[in-house]
Ligand binder design. Sequence first.
Ligand SMILES: [Zn+2]
Length: 396
Amino acid sequence: MRRIDLKSASVARSNTIRDINRQIVLNYVRERGPISRSEIAHETALQRSTVSLIVDELKANGLIDEGNGESTGGRPPILLSLRTADAVAIGVDLGTTRTIVATSDLAGRLLEQEEFPTNPDADKTIQEVIASVHQLLTKYSRTIEGIGISLPGFVNPETDELYIPHFAWRDIPIADELRAATGLPVKIDNDANAAALAELWFGRPEIREVRDFIMVLVEEGVGTGVVFDGQVYRGEAGAAGEFGHMVIGQGAPVACASGSRECWEAFASERAALARYSTSLRGSNGPPANNFIEFINLALQGNQKAVAALKETAHYLGVGIANLIQGLAPQAVIVGGPIVGAWSLFHEDLKAATESSLCRGFPLKPIIASTLGDEPTIMGAISLVLASKFASVSFA
Ligand SMILES: [Zn+2]
């Protein structure tokens, strides 16, 4: 039970209940569509006339469409689905090596995407993002409703303050400049939090039913997004979820983004895996891996040194996940990032390391690969725009 916050409490308006019912109907259509008005009325116990009024409003707002279902003898039923005829959101996934800009429809299906290398010069990257967004807007200017940006660093989504350790970018005005250039609402967030939001709203059904889970995003660092009771837990200034800097040992193969060799990301990130592989090559003439994708491909081709470096990295990933399971008791842990491309090579090791690191009595929880493929971060950026359309009204 949530304690009421008197500082931000607003007295219930007469239309609060209507707002809640509207969100319920919209989400029935989103998750169960195509669905008829009477099925919604039956499942929600709302009156049929209430459902019809809400459906009319959602249709007028361009959120749902109707079509004919299969006839079972009489008149074919009219079925409701999410309106997916148009691109409604633009996502910008700004990564340490490349930036992806994509459009999506209301259901979170990616329609068009392009990518370019991220320029370490922040101004140049911002200008490239704006050019790319303008390109997409020439086609979809009438229907795009907002832009979401996912960033690999500390982000306060309320104030747009940010810090990206990899480039030492602090408070670059990417959101403001995109707002000025497009006139559209722009939201920014940390990549792991955004990816967690994407799993929550657009993941496969096996994760959409889960209300408490942790997204572990393995990239150049290790980021986590904590979903608690169906929402992303943010903490003060949006800084929660920095478990990549929890101390899990000493003498890691690389330093974390802040220079420590004791943090989880120093043991379990892409950089840690690459460092292990290049150390194992010393004195031999094995193929080098210039980046993590090359490394993953070597492992998938059966290169034993690459497989060994991957399994050792998975071991440390499991050690950290065991700590999270013991501290937060999630229903599931999701692993995301390019490493998921080699899931079959290491998931048994990951599970074994997690299980052996759990103290006796703590049950192992399901550890699953991201249900959004190996690019959960672009879906994260998109969901910053889309989730608010489906989210329930707050009871603050
Ligand atoms: Zn650290």
